[in-house]
Design a binder for this molecule. Structure first.
Ligand SMILES: NC(=O)C1=CN([C@@H]2O[C@H](COP(=O)(O)OP(=O)(O)OC[C@H]3O[C@@H](n4cnc5c(N)ncnc54)[C@H](O)[C@@H]3O)[C@@H](O)[C@H]2O)C=CC1
Ligand SMILES: O=C(O)CCC(=O)C(=O)O
Length: 415
């Protein structure tokens, strides 16, 4: 891959910095950006088809998305000005993180702001599914009356199997125990169980014991289709499957089959292999029309509280990175928490993490007699991030020279 031409990057006044926000990112994001002087914001309600996305992102310095927008390598390679991506959500699987890193584009997200919202939805769905509410509700809407205790159970005493005991899984665990459920979990990492929960050694072990299985893993190669026909068949007869993680984690056709033939009693699904781009588009799924399937339009994290908080959290990270170069909690960049740089100009240099770049950078300063007032360096496997504060009079010269250092990905100056 050819690195972007660093000579094209220019430092800009705030009102010239173009920010593209997609998928109805909350207004708090726009407000926070405005309060920091970033007013050049395009705020759209939906994601965009690839061609339109490329056209808009080619001019953007920052882009904000949720889970729907696919920022592929192709899209990112067409974003020569892009400084950072804000994922206004937890998941970052929709971004090609390797491509973003190789192109010198920082990625931020909101790792905890909607955790509680998802956990609460899962608890509600657990109770509803155990009581057969999705089906009873549908029957009532059709004019029927299904007053029966058959197939209707309390949550108390039932076993909840949580797959992925991270922020959401462990929160679900605590809430479920407060209902009197027994909690077991499976995770690829050994985790400290909260309350009386216990970790099991394999997914199969969990599936064989759980009355309700709830998935809380990220989308990765190891979780893709982790609930296929074999795993679904391994669940207890009459068990319930909940998925509010990612649509690719469950074989949706196999799930539809298990619901139709009665092997599973019910399901609640919030995420789908293919989701509509916006509220105007049709939702297509093999689960449509199945009364024992509670379907929600990827709203696990869609509460007012979560969206307000996410809007502030992610836009704050973007503004801080733009203002002073801080990368704290970036998902793909070396993390640097930077002090202010009053009185100095700050150069931000992102480069491929290959031998020789650092000495070439230092040479720029020694050869040109430029005094460094502060310097910060952090690297990860793919990129190095050097921040250098210099006297204002030298920043133009230093920027010009730094752009020519071999291995440079992005270089900008902050006044
Ligand atoms: N429906 C919605 O609106 C929302 C969905 N999500 C989804 O939920 C996912 C989980 O979120 P968090 O709990 O915050 O993430 P997290 O990173 O805190 O936890 C994920 C857990 O899954 C485990 N894990 C990873 N691969 C695994 C595997 N193959 N088998 C078993 N465990 C595995 C990890 O070790 C970790 O403990 C997110 O990645 C996102 O895709 C998140 C928020 C809202
Ligand atoms: O609210 C959204 O758009 C996405 C929520 C989600 O799936 C996440 O936070 O990972």
């Amino acid at each position: 891959m050819a690195p972007p031409d660093p000579k094209q990057k220019q430092s800009l006044q705030k009102d010239k910095i173009r920010i593209l926000l997609l998928e109805g990112v909350h207004q708090t994001a726009v407000d926070l950006l405005a309060s920091r002087g970033y007013t050049n914001v395009e705020h759209l309600k939906t994601s965009l088809p690839e061609e339109e996305l490329i056209e808009k992102i080619s001019r953007a310095h920052f882009v904000g998305i949720r889970s729907r927008t696919q920022l592929t390598r192709k899209v990112l390679e067409n974003a020569p000005k892009l400084i950072a991506i804000g994922c206004f959500c937890i998941g970052t699987n929709q971004v090609d993180l390797k491509a973003a890193t190789e192109l010198g584009i920082a990625v931020f997200n909101a790792p905890y702001s909607n955790t509680r919202s998802v956990a609460e939805l899962i608890i509600a769905e657990t109770i509803f599914a155990l009581r057969g509410i999705p089906e009873k509700n549908t029957v009532c809407h059709r004019g029927g009356w299904q007053k029966t205790a058959k197939g209707s159970y309390e949550a108390r005493g039932k076993t909840l199997g949580i797959v992925g005991y991270g922020a959401i899984g462990s929160q679900v665990s605590v809430l479920a125990e407060s209902l009197g459920m027994r909690v077991i979990f499976f995770d690829v990492i050994t985790k400290l169980p909260l309350g009386n929960a216990s970790q099991v050694g394999s997914l199969d072990e969990l599936l064989e014991q759980a009355d309700v299985v709830s998935l809380h893993v990220p989308e990765t190669p190891s979780t893709r289709m982790m609930m296929g026909p074999d795993q679904i068949a391994r669940m207890k007869p009459g068990a319930i499957l909940l998925n509010a993680s990612r649509g690719t984690v469950v074989d949706i056709e196999a799930l539809a089959e298990a619901l139709k033939n009665g092997n599973l009693a019910g399901t609640a699904i919030d995420v789908f292999p293919v989701e509509p781009r916006g509220n105007e588009d049709e939702f297509v799924s093999p689960l449509r029309g199945l009364d024992n399937a509670l379907l929600t339009p990827h709203i696990g994290g869609s509460t007012v509280e979560a969206q307000e908080n996410i809007g502030v959290e992610v836009s704050d990270k973007l503004a801080l990175y733009s203002d002073n170069g801080t990368t704290t909690s970036s998902v793909n960049f070396p993390e640097v928490a930077l002090p202010g740089h009053a009185g100095a100009h700050r150069l931000l240099h992102i480069h491929q993490n290959i031998p020789g770049v650092l000495s070439a950078i230092n040479q720029v300063f020694s050869e040109n007699g430029i005094n460094i007032s502060a310097q910060f360096l952090q690297t990860n496997e793919l990129v190095g991030y050097v921040v250098i504060d210099v006297d204002a009079e030298y920043s133009d010269l230093a920027l010009e020279k730094l752009k020519n250092v071999p291995g440079t990905l992005r270089c900008r100056v902050l006044f």
